[in-house]
Design a binder for this molecule. Structure first.
Ligand code: HDD
Length: 761
């Protein structure tokens, strides 16, 4: 409750002035600095980072903990200076011959300022351009000792991490809630060097060989002629490619499911996708797949919500992550592993472990927890950290090795290569966010943006001039030694293993594992996306693909498109469903969920305040919605601060809605309506249309709705019966909240979604 309270207070500050409360208490800032919108003029030292940006292990010039703080390095002294440190008296006027000009070429400050500005942008990532990140810590459970010697997995070892979440297709400025795969990349600054786990929120990939990556990305990105549409797959080139290249079927189905539109980064699973190889201290090997399991549960948006948020708050996921961390509600994930014997076939129960379009269902190989990730600090500077962080699947530590997955092989080349263009040269590991926290003594020298001043004369080995330094490490010194995996003699071919030809059985497994509501969402997603395509041939070809997943899916989408339903071209497999793939039928924690309390001045303010406090006590976030901003006051009740006005609130921000109606006085109960109740925005006739809209949307998106004190009038105006599914009314506001919280445990009122006429199983 404590941390969540902070976030609510922060919301309350909005509109209260530009100066955050308490700034005068910050060391180094004169107490006389007035809390005003006026610009302070007294010189003082730079302000420290905000509390939520307090990285436990500050990055120093070497990436080690014992150097100067990054703030001191970048911003030193009270005075504005040029990049060369000359103090400046003015930055508002160019140097001119008289006040009316002309401007003089000798104005160094003007030229330096504009020159730098002209070069502030770097190329955005060719994929995953839009992202948000946070610092954190990973604590090993020590459960992997038998299979993996990596030091960071040992019991109670704390390792600093930096995690970046992203969408794949959109540009840097695109919206967060588009339908897409999400990146989940983690940089572990371990004592044995940097380990990057560069995964996604979907456990399979579109392609089995990295040589197809430029093809799938060219197809998914906007059309090359008009550069539209932005950040989405609902267009001809994407469906053209995936309908022809059917190994994309499984990943595409995940994208069309609720997994393609997560509720929040905090409620996403993460997957390493490939099979990696673990090596134990004795040299024994085990094949492994990595999983991230969010403590907050796995939740998604519904499609209409996602579309509305794209317009209303394109930064929805980025804001959610930063707000949660600032509030002290630190998001957590458990790292888990599925392990498989390292046999020469590299298969598990018939599943080819080198095929990245395949999962191993958790029911066949349980996910074993190996450590806990906690994100506890926001970046101090977006560009320096989030934009410049460089992940690479080849950043490995002793105990974690690669396999012969052909998708992984291409990635091992691509992630180093791309940084040359993106970060301007080979010295990107020296950028503070990329610096290892382990000691670095390489023999890489010179190049663009070389920050280090290397000593010695012999960056080569063997040498005697630098005393033979640096020296080779042995296994006992934590050297990274590639596991000597035997390679079978073979002819050079451009071919894939025959087992890679199965493109449909696991797509069917996924489909069969979905609940009826999730299946309807998938049908709606395919119908929407293909409905946005122009070419009939592309739609028809995709229907052929769907026929090989499931006849019901195919028929429903065909109906929606107004096209005939084709027959499957091969027999359907009888896959065993994997319940772990469904997000429904489980109860999740409710901490961190957002509850809108809709009210106005005429309601029982005491009840509103009590409910607000109970929501906070439950670790959830209450936001008061009222006709205007400001504070609600009433006789005998504490003032209640409004966080959202009817003009700024929209249903998509809330996981559940509560309506604080207007109590009807005893006299009124016998007939007629008293002036107070009549003036209520919730009981007025007609009910404020913005409330009606909010209720209708929340109902359509299957969110729990509760109300007390004649809230039925507003529900009625929205066409919602007081006895409708997931709607709770009554006179006891606390009891209503209890019921709503219980409903939130399921995330949505799933039965409210239209039931399919046949399950498709
Ligand atoms: Fe990739 C970025 C995840 C296949 C080439 N990829 C990138 C990021 C994530 C992934 C999360 C963003 C990292 C960040 O936040 O900076 N990529 C994946 C996964 C894949 C995958 C899970 C398949 C299992 N990627 C893949 C292939 C190639 C690339 C096959 C090239 C052959 N990916 C890149 C890249 C990016 C990248 C071009 C863009 C920016 C960057 O690397 O640093 O090199």
């Amino acid at each position: 409750p404590g941390p969540v309270k902070k976030i609510v207070d922060k919301v309350m500050d909005v509109g209260a002035g530009l100066t955050p409360a308490g700034r005068a208490d910050i060391p180094g800032v004169p107490a006389s600095m007035p809390p005003t919108v006026e610009e302070p003029v007294e010189p003082h030292t730079p302000l420290p980072a905000k509390p939520d940006q307090d990285v436990p292990t500050p990055l120093s010039a070497t990436g080690r903990t014992d150097g100067p703080s990054k703030t001191v390095r970048a911003q030193d002294g009270a005075f504005l200076t040029s990049a060369q440190g000359a103090r400046l008296p003015d930055t508002d006027h160019s140097l001119k011959a008289g006040p009316r000009g002309p401007v003089l070429l000798q104005d160094h400050h003007l030229r330096e300022k504009v020159m730098h500005f002209d070069h502030e942008r770097i190329p955005e990532r060719v994929v995953h351009a839009r992202g948000a990140a946070a610092h954190g810590v990973f604590r090993g459970y020590g459960t992997t000792a038998e299979v993996c010697k990596a030091a960071f997995l040992a019991k109670d070892v704390d390792t600093p991490v930096f995690v970046r979440f992203s969408t794949v297709l959109g540009s840097r400025g695109s919206a967060d809630t588009v339908r897409d795969t999400r990146g989940f990349a983690t940089k572990f600054y371990t004592s044995e060097g940097v380990f990057d786990l560069v995964g996604n929120n979907i456990p399979v990939f579109f392609i089995q060989d990295a040589i197809k990556f430029p093809d799938i990305i060219h197809a998914g990105k906007p059309h090359p002629d008009r550069e539209i549409p932005q950040a989405q797959s609902a267009h001809d080139t994407f469906w053209d490619f995936v309908s022809l290249h059917t190994e994309a079927t499984h990943h595409t189905l995940w994208n069309m499911s609720d997994r393609g539109i997560p509720r929040s980064f905090r409620t996403m699973e993460g997957f390493g996708v490939h099979t990696f190889r673990l090596v134990s201290a004795t040299g024994a090997t085990t094949l492994v797949k990595f999983h991230w399991k969010p403590k907050a549960g796995v939740h998604s948006l519904v499609w209409e919500e996602a579309q509305m948020i794209s317009g209303m708050d394109p930064d929805f996921h980025r804001r959610d992550l930063a707000d949660a961390i600032e509030a002290g509600a630190h998001p957590q994930w458990e790292l888990g592993i599925q392990t498989f014997p390292d046999t020469p076939e590299q298969t598990f129960q018939g599943i080819d472990l080198l095929d990245p379009t395949k999962i191993v269902p958790e029911e066949l190989a349980p996910v074993q927890p190996v450590g806990l990730l906690t994100l506890n600090a926001n970046p101090t500077n977006f560009f320096a950290e989030t934009e410049q962080v460089a992940f690479h699947v080849g950043h490995l530590v002793p105990g974690i090795d690669i396999t012969d997955d052909a998708l992984l092989a291409g990635r091992l080349f691509s992630y180093l290569d791309t940084q040359i263009t993106r970060l301007g040269g080979p010295n990107f590991p020296q950028i503070p966010i990329n610096r290892p926290h382990a000691a670095v003594n390489d023999m890489l020298r010179d190049g663009f943006h070389q920050d280090a001043v290397h000593t010695g004369v012999a960056p080569y080995k063997p040498n005697s001039l630098d005393g033979g330094c640096p020296f080779f490490a042995g296994a006992g010194d934590h050297a990274y030694i590639e596991h000597p995996t035997p390679i079978a003699a073979a002819a050079k071919v451009r071919e894939a293993s025959a087992s890679f030809d199965d493109h449909f059985s696991q797509a069917r497994l996924f489909w069969l594992s979905m609940s009826p509501a999730e299946r309807e969402h998938i049908i709606a997603a395919y119908t929407f996306e293909l409905g946005k395509c122009y070419e009939r041939a592309i739609k028809e070809r995709t229907l052929l693909v769907l026929a090989n997943i499931d006849p019901y899916l195919c028929r429903q989408v065909a109906q929606g498109l107004g096209l005939p339903t084709p027959e499957a071209s091969q027999p359907l497999t009888e896959a065993q469903p994997s319940p772990a793939l469904s997000q429904v039928s489980r109860t999740w924690p409710t901490a961190g969920r957002v509850i809108g309390i809709v009210t106005d001045g005429t309601c029982d303010l005491g009840a509103v305040d009590t409910v607000r406090r109970s929501v906070l006590a439950g670790g959830m976030v209450p936001l008061i919605v009222a006709p205007t901003g400001g504070t609600l006051t009433g006789e005998g009740a504490d003032p209640v601060t409004v966080q959202r006005s009817f003009a700024t609130a929209r249903s998509v921000e809330f996981d559940a809605l509560l309506l604080a109606g207007a109590p009807v006085p005893a006299a009124d109960a016998q007939g007629g309506r008293d002036a107070k109740a009549g003036a209520s925005a919730l009981a007025a006739t007609p009910v404020d249309p913005r409330i009606v809209l909010m209720l209708q949307e929340a109902y359509r998106h299957a969110k729990p709705i509760g109300g007390w004190d004649n809230a039925e009038a507003a529900l009625q105006a929205a066409g919602i019966g007081a006895d409708a599914l997931g709607v709770v009314t009554g006179s006891d506001s606390e009891a209503v909240l209890r019921d709503i919280t219980a409903l939130l445990g399921a995330h949505r009122v799933w039965d409210r979604f239209p039931a399919p006429s046949e399950s498709g199983a």
